[in-house]
Design a protein around this ligand. Structure first.
Ligand code: NZQ
Ligand code: ZN
Length: 394
């Protein structure tokens, strides 16, 4: 097992009515003047935003709200949020929504704590993040895992670049997880989010670290099996509390680094997907299921035994050689994506067949102009990215 340092400080308040504890918990974290961040309106329609605002008022807390966060959240709205925090001298950011809202809240916190730096500079590496503000989360969608993760992903609408930032300062101080709040998530978003949950563990399961790591492997395999099982239940019965609970908790565990301990990250598929989202504004989970099967087909020769182990542990493939099992495990994963109605190539993703100039542009951005390789299981350079994009290009 590789050495590690694990600190996941987010307080998780889980269960029915969890969000009712918002005023009391926020006060405990020193909040007096709050910025509420939300998305395109689902929390307005459900009444959740109104209930939270009412509870904050009753508790004597001051707040102002900013809505309109879009999926693949834009830095422009983040800059507006920073201005609000500074103008109203706010001291706490509360995200009410999914990953895009949470990532915007994290970015607003960073920007407001560093008013002399343009917030995008932290994402493009021009500035180092050393301080931020406290962020809380009322989660409405089990997917990105941003409620416990040390990551935040933004899109610069001027350049079309979608970029992640990893920092311990991205960890929210508190997250309220009420599975009932996810009942209203549309089916495709439920499925895309759950595939993202799967991917966060897959991207840590296939890595450069080959040493024995039995416990982390067992946690990872149990999580992936559970997501597959519970997603089928949640699709058939959207208001199944137990299935929604399992998915919600798996989402938080899958991306808090717990399924990585003793290994390391890969995340090449995420980066391949982010380029597609940055250029075509496609849903994050869709970009991942489009790329994973092709990535796996390209790299599995590097460690056939590992892919065979995955096939046995997650998909109950027990017959044949390691080579046959490895292939069957990849096929089972892709078949599950298809069963759930997820895209597995560019035409299914809705972007059609791309010309080679576009493929080169995607690979160029992926590899920072050909200067960087991404991932650890099989580090992907620009030329390899072109090959993998081309495998998906039909
Ligand atoms: O905007 P509203 O109206 O709220 O609707 C949203 C949005 O249209 C809707 N939704 C959310 N909760 C709902 C609901 N609709 C009905 N009922 C509810 N309860 O779902 C749509 C998608 O929301 P979004 O927040 O974009 O989805 P998700 O949670 O999947 O987040 C995706 C974003 O997170 C990033 C992705 O790249 C993408 O930008 N990621 C963030 C990570 C992190 N910070 O750790 C890690 C991930 O790998 C990922 O990259
Ligand atoms: Zn993801």
């Amino acid at each position: 097992m590789q050495s590690f340092d694990f600190k996941c400080p987010t307080e998780v308040v889980f269960g029915r009515g969890a969000e009712e504890q918002v005023p009391e918990k926020l006060k405990a974290y020193g909040a007096k003047r709050i910025l509420i961040v939300y998305g395109g309106g689902s929390v307005v329609r459900s009444g959740l935003l109104g209930r939270i605002e009412c509870a904050l008022t009753t508790a004597g807390l001051v707040f102002t709200s900013i809505g309109g966060v879009q999926p693949n959240p834009r830095v422009g709205l983040v800059r507006e949020g920073v201005r609000r925090v500074l103008a109203h001298q706010l001291d706490f950011i509360l995200a009410v929504g999914g990953g895009s809202v949470i990532d915007s809240a994290k970015a607003i916190a960073h920007g407001a704590a560093n008013p002399d730096t343009d917030v995008w500079d932290f994402w493009c590496g021009r500035a180092q993040l050393t301080q931020s503000m406290p962020v809380g989360v009322v989660l409405t969608l089990a997917a990105a895992g941003s409620e416990t993760s040390d990551s935040a992903v933004l899109t610069n609408e001027d350049t079309g670049k979608k970029q992640g930032l990893n920092s311990p300062l991205n960890r929210p101080v508190v997250a309220f997880l009420n599975p009932e709040l996810t009942y209203s998530v549309p089916k495709h978003q439920l499925v895309a989010g759950s595939c993202d949950i799967l991917m966060h563990t897959l991207e840590r399961y296939f890595t450069a670290v080959k040493a024995v790591n039995a416990f982390t492997d067992m946690v990872a395999e149990a999580l992936m099996r559970n997501v597959v099982t519970q997603l089928r239940v949640a699709v058939a019965h959207p208001d199944d509390y137990d299935a929604r609970s399992e998915l919600m908790w798996c989402g938080s565990v899958s991306h808090c680094n717990f399924t990585e301990l003793g290994r390391c990250k890969d995340f090449a598929c995420h980066r391949l997907g982010h380029e597609l989202s940055g250029m075509f504004d496609v849903t994050h989970g869709d970009s991942l299921t489009t790329m994973w099967g092709w990535w796996a087909e390209y790299v599995y020769h590097d460690d056939v035994a590992r892919f065979a182990h995955y096939a046995e542990a997650v998909w109950d493939v027990h017959e044949g050689t390691d080579e046959a099992k490895a292939k069957a495990g990849i096929a089972a994963t892709v078949a599950f994506f298809r069963e759930m109605g997820m895209p597995t190539c560019f035409s299914e993703l809705g972007i059609g067949e791309l010309n080679q100039v576009t493929i080169h542009n995607l690979a160029d951005s992926f590899s920072a102009g050909g200067t960087k390789r991404v991932g650890s299981f099989h580090p992907i350079d620009k030329a390899t990215a072109i090959e993998i994009y081309n495998l998906a290009n039909h």
